[in-house]
Design a binder for this molecule. Structure first.
Ligand code: FAD
Ligand code: NAD
Length: 468
């Protein structure tokens, strides 16, 4: 029987990164993945394929809506969805191949099959051909991720009533896509099909979209999605059921006055969150505890209640984000190696890849109010940016929250062009505990979108932006 220092179960961004870091630190490492394709949700049915389709659909939207204003005349472009999906598959394959290479480079033994605890130090691997193998491992890191969740009364038939996974493999462009949930998945994938010509209706339970983010961001995003992609938003609507026929879906909901309504479309995307995935892991055999939401319980060092078993990523508490899972993978590997790693969870940025993009790090205004912390606000709109005018991307703004007394930046909230990349400056500033004045005194290349960050900081620190 093969013996390892560490075994990682699940090869998503949490698991494969943990495995690489363990190997870098000199541990004999195994990685067990159920599917032949490494990379987990993120590479196969999440971050990467959704961004590939977002990029393709954005090109189409620009060709149909913005080229003329730029002085580019083309014949009316058509969508070749088959090719668009094929390109996406190519992007996924190239990225997954990269992970295979990294496993070889780091001498990590990869097992394809379902990993299940036989006991604390032995893991059974059940392979697709029905065969089984057992390995021995001193330590185990559970990184089994998450799966889409649904609502009571809704059966995902994967044909008309779909999750993000099916939405990434469509064979036709929906005429009317009804999306349950105005969160990240709903708005990103809604944008894909909205840009390709679908009518999109978002049915959201709360009174705001992207509810976890600073309220101003959701408000602005909702305005732009209505303006640019004709999204329809049914806010404060509670979905009670969805029925499908061969060609149609009917979504039933209670509106804000508690009246029953029905919406008809040809596809319904259920995007109401994801749930931790622990099936077939044999947690009961070793006594690993899960909480009331099915997440594996961990302490501050990502240790489960069972000695030498750790858990990271979507299967534990916290934001369900690839980069959060990666940080935790590195953390556990270094902790096992006897180092003293640290993760500042408040500084894990969140991004929504709509257009305009949305990005944030640190505290929201709501959170600061709850804490009773006194803060200053500075903001700067993209309509006052020369760079944004040049590219016709004038929607959105950057908002900076700074401590009223010390000027330390406490939160950065952005909506606008390329803010997914711009938020890194906010993270760096906050990691180094910069003041708004620090950033406002640093040179930002002109003309760039990043000047908005400097101007928002000038506004926060002393109410003296230059260009407004
Ligand atoms: P996962 O990536 O879910 O990987 C877990 C792996 O474990 C899977 O491969 C699974 O097959 C395997 N597994 C499970 N059980 C077993 C078992 N018993 N034995 C062997 N293998 C097992 N996050 C971002 O940060 N940015 C984005 O842009 C983004 N976009 C997204 C878009 C979509 C459509 C979706 C669905 C998600 C997106 N996410 C994004 C979230 C991101 O994908 C997850 O947060 C991330 O993948 C979590 O990583 P993980 O390693 O914890 O788990
Ligand atoms: P989410 O939590 O972002 O949004 C779910 C939405 O559904 C919320 O707005 C919620 O109020 C709404 N909702 C819940 N019950 C409802 C009901 N009965 N009727 C109507 N609306 C209802 O979840 P998601 O969009 O499914 O995404 C899942 C996870 O995947 C997220 O945690 C996210 O972090 C991750 N993800 C991240 C990215 C990214 O980083 N860009 C992209 C996609 C997914």
């Amino acid at each position: 029987m093969e013996k390892f220092d560490v075994t990682v179960i699940g090869a998503g961004p949490g698991g494969y990164v943990a495995a690489i870091r363990c190997a870098q630190l000199g541990m004999k490492t195994a990685l067990i993945e159920k599917y032949p394709s490494l990379g987990g949700t993120c590479l196969n049915v999440g971050c990467i394929p959704s961004k590939a389709l977002l990029d393709s659909s954005e090109h189409f939207h620009n060709a149909t809506h913005n080229f003329e204003a730029h002085g580019i005349e083309i014949k009316a472009p058509k969508v070749n969805l088959k090719q668009m999906i094929e390109r996406k598959r190519g992007v996924v394959k190239a990225t997954v191949d990269g992970i295979n290479y990294l496993m070889k480079k780091n001498k990590i033994t990869v097992y394809t099959g379902v990993g299940s605890f036989a006991d604390k130090t032995h893991i059974d691997i059940s392979k697709a051909d029905g065969s089984k193998e057992q390995i021995e491992s001193a330590k185990t890191i559970i990184a089994t991720g998450s799966k889409p969740s649904s609502l009571p009364g809704i059966e995902i038939d994967k044909k008309r009533i779909i999750t993000s996974t099916e939405a990434l493999e469509m064979t036709e462009i929906p005429k009317h896509l009804i999306i349950i949930g105005g969160g990240v998945i709903g708005l990103e994938l809604g944008s894909v099909y909205g840009r390709l010509g679908s009518k999109v209706t978002v049915v959201e339970f709360m009174d705001r979209i992207i509810p976890g983010m600073d309220a101003g961001l959701g408000k602005e995003l909702q305005r732009v999605l209505k303006k640019d992609l004709s999204f329809e938003f049914l806010m404060k609507h509670k979905v009670t059921g969805v029925k499908s026929t061969a060609k149609e879906v009917t979504v039933s909901a209670l509106n804000s006055k508690d009246e029953a309504i029905e919406i008809k479309g040809d596809y319904c995307l259920v995007a109401v969150g994801r749930k931790p995935y622990t099936e077939n892991l044999g947690l009961d055999k070793v006594g690993v505890k899960v909480d009331n939401r099915g997440r594996i319980e961990t302490d501050d060092h990502l240790r489960t209640n069972v000695e030498n078993i750790y858990a990271i990523g979507d299967v534990v508490k916290g934001a369900m984000l690839a980069h959060k899972a990666e940080e935790e993978g590195v953390f556990v590997a270094e902790y096992i190696a006897g180092q003293k790693p640290h993760i500042n969870y408040n500084l894990i940025p969140g991004v929504v890849y709509t257009w305009p993009e949305v990005a944030a790090v640190g505290f929201t205004e709501e959170q600061l109010k709850e804490q009773g912390r006194k803060y200053k606000t500075g903001s700067f709109p993209f309509k006052a940016s020369g760079r944004a005018r040049a590219s016709m991307d004038t929607d959105g703004f950057v908002k900076v929250l700074a401590d009223e007394a010390t000027d330390e930046i406490l939160g950065v909230h952005m909506i606008g062009p390329r803010v997914a990349d711009m938020i890194a400056e906010g993270v760096v500033a906050m990691e180094f505990r910069a003041s708004a004045e620090d950033i406002s005194r640093m040179s930002h290349a002109h003309p760039t979108f990043t000047e908005n960050m400097k101007e928002a900081c000038l506004d926060a620190t002393a109410k003296r932006p230059i260009h407004m």
